[in-house]
Design a protein around this ligand. Sequence first.
Ligand code: PGA
Length: 238
Amino acid sequence: MKPIIAANWKMHKTRSEVESFFNDLKVPSAVSVWIAPSATTLHFAAQQTTSILIGVQNIYFEPQGAFTGEISAAQVADCGARFVIIGHSERRRLFGENNPQIKKKVAIASAHNLIPLLCVGETLEERNNHQTRHVLETQLQEVLTENFNGVIAYEPVWAIGTGQTATPEMIEEAHTHIKKILEKMTQQGAKTAVLYGGSVTPQTAPQLSQTKNVDGALVGGASLEAPSFMAIIKGFIK
Ligand code: PGA
């Protein structure tokens, strides 16, 4: 399996910024590169590239209807999205998303052939209270179904956007635990890719790529500029 290097651009970039990013990015064939721009540049981004999988950062769980401001799975698929980030900690924390809603989002994404990229991870308080394994179990057990066919991102909440990366030991332990849960709960099992996210940089990428059970990275801040994103991609080429 090729490593997956996914970018979460959050609420950044206009069309001209997307265009210059793609002009500067050269994608090596040894890795699979995924980018989730804002919904406003999704269609534009999807038209700029054939070598990168374009996705979105969120969808709503209802198929259509009177849900002012929301965007459906069918609409993003129509604009060229191939995957969707679901349950990112910013959505859980700032927008009150919970596991039952996240479960519905995974289901509707799959029904529209969008690959769900499901984010899980513990807060600092939960880690300090030795609850990491339990939190991961709950987040997965309340969301996964046997036919889950997507990707998981392990993103410790305390490592996102803070410059604080989890140690290789912490990452290996969490990913191994996640793979065990996947093995128990889903047909796709441990073959499911598990990405690490949380302050990934060009400096941390090479070691991350060598860490057991790490199948790639989900990158926020360091994915916004083509040179640093390229350097992370290169860090995953063995
Ligand atoms: P970060 O964000 O790389 O800026 O920590 C990662 C994420 O939010 O997915």
